[in-house]
Design a protein around this ligand. Sequence first.
Ligand SMILES: CN1CCN(c2ccc(C(=O)Nc3n[nH]c4c3C=[N+](C(=O)[C@H](O)c3ccccc3)C4)cc2)CC1
Length: 317
Amino acid sequence: AVSSISPYYEWTEDKIRDIPRKKITLVKLLGTGAFGEVYYGMLADVSRRKNLPIAVKKLITLCPEQTKAELFFEAITLSKFSHPNIVRFLGISTDEMDQSMYLLLELMEGGDLRTFIRESRPKQPNEPSYLTLHDLLKLGMDVARGCQYLEQNKFIHRDIAARNCLLTEKGPNRVAKIGDFGMARDVLRTNYYRKNGRAMVPVKWMPPESFLDGIFTSKTDIWAFGVVLWELFTMGHVPYPGKSNDNVMKYVKGGGRLEQTPLSPHPVYDLMMQCWHVNPDFRPNFASVVDELERIYNEEELSSLITYEDIMGIPSN
Ligand SMILES: CN1CCN(c2ccc(C(=O)Nc3n[nH]c4c3C=[N+](C(=O)[C@H](O)c3ccccc3)C4)cc2)CC1
């Protein structure tokens, strides 16, 4: 039945499980992407006589073939990964009747990382955030570990950004994971830039060699990870505030970089700057980024609370 949806199915050596639709119950809509919707669902697990909470990525049935193929590509890609900081892929579910395809994924109840850090900002001057610098650094370490696994598997993600990461929960035991592999454009398409009619690209997360010459390597993901650190240590600001994508390309090409944020400890900003070296060969790899983040996490005094002034850049009077 699946082969009627896409030609890709035949060439995956490791079979992707096609789970019968009757075992899946959609409970609540969690979010909408360019490809379709994500639901909180339940997977009837007869063997253990209980239901497994899952996330169900449901393809909009009227979508163009290309998106179907993209979703299938995501399924095939994800089915090969197994890492604590990569959202787990459980299988697909196709349906002859309505020609729909579901992607069954690990349920991440905390939502996306960017929304979480923006929601966690101090709301008013004398109310610090309940997140500490340690919490932000831990989130950065989680994402870096997921990226390190991709790097080891020679997989170039091309869209590492806080919006594409998910949290297991919002509470203190939260774990961040890389959650989006479909290069699925976000609905607003505000973070993407249509370059002379070509595919949409997230310029503000890209190094010069990528947006100038279309060169993508693991060092592309390292640059983007540096921007994720900047997102974390501004608690979710848009990079290069006020600059258009064209101005960002000119600025970065001319050697301009994201400014130090009042919040980020110097060693963290130093690491960001290394990720943004104009020469990809001089950028660190993810193994050394993880080591450096762990060193900072263990050695630096980071338990200070985050204040409103830190975020709003208002000098404390
Ligand atoms: C009060 N808050 C309101 C928001 N709320 C949510 C909001 C959204 C989600 C959610 O989408 N969770 C997901 N679990 N697994 C996957 C998810 C998305 N996936 C995808 O594949 C999506 O494409 C994706 C991937 C990366 C980032 C975003 C979306 C796979 C969970 C809780 C918590 C309570």
